[in-house]
Design a protein around this ligand. Structure first.
Ligand code: ZN
Length: 188
């Protein structure tokens, strides 16, 4: 089932997500719904707060992401669900990449992040995993991890840049956007 994606301005996007138990009601169905919602909106990642659940769960599909001008699929891409993740290391060099977010349609800005991360998490079977990711996959995980911490990618922008987005952000929260996926607007 495709779920509505919460738009900028909703308080749930600013809440730190809670860890969940293995017994979380209808967990497998929820994960399937998250993948379906992400795919319908042509996203490469989706976090639970974006579908109105303040819990520490996000899905990632970085396989179809490509570098600018590169026709190949991302060879290091993954399709995975991260439950109760803990990002415990960020290293490597800083790099800038233009990010967007399904909750902030029409806004794309360059964000500087470190290129290598190490993360512990539970997969959909609640098996414990620990892994290191680089490049675009690391980028998507960092973006989604921010969501479950109540952060958005625009928080990484310099204050001046962010203030220039004020009008656009106000429009998003009021539903004045053109999107071809289902959204839930706070001020409508
Ligand atoms: Zn996002």
């Amino acid at each position: 089932m495709v779920l509505p994606i919460v738009a900028y301005g909703d308080a749930v996007l600013r809440k730190r997500g809670e860890d969940i138990e293995k017994s979380y009601p209808n967990l497998q169905e929820f994960i399937e719904n998250m993948f379906e919602t992400m795919e319908r909106a042509k996203g490469v990642g989706l976090a639970a707060p974006q579908v109105d659940k303040a819990i520490r769960v996000f899905v990632v599909d970085s396989r179809r992401m490509v570098e600018d001008g590169d026709e190949d699929e991302n060879p290091e891409g993954i399709r995975e669900v991260f439950i109760n993740p803990k990002l415990f290391d960020e290293t490597g060099k800083e790099w800038s990449y233009e990010e967007g977010c399904l909750s902030l349609p029409s806004i794309r800005e360059n964000v500087v992040r470190l290129d290598t991360i190490s993360i512990q998490y539970y997969d959909r079977n609640f098996d414990f995993k620990e892994d290191t990711f680089r490049g675009l996959t690391a980028r998507v995980i960092q973006h989604e991890y921010d969501h479950i911490e109540g952060k958005l990618f625009i928080d990484h922008l310099k204050p001046l840049k962010r203030s220039l987005l004020k009008g656009k952000l106000e429009n998003i929260s009021r539903g004045k956007v053109n999107v071809d996926y289902k959204m839930k607007f706070p001020k409508k």
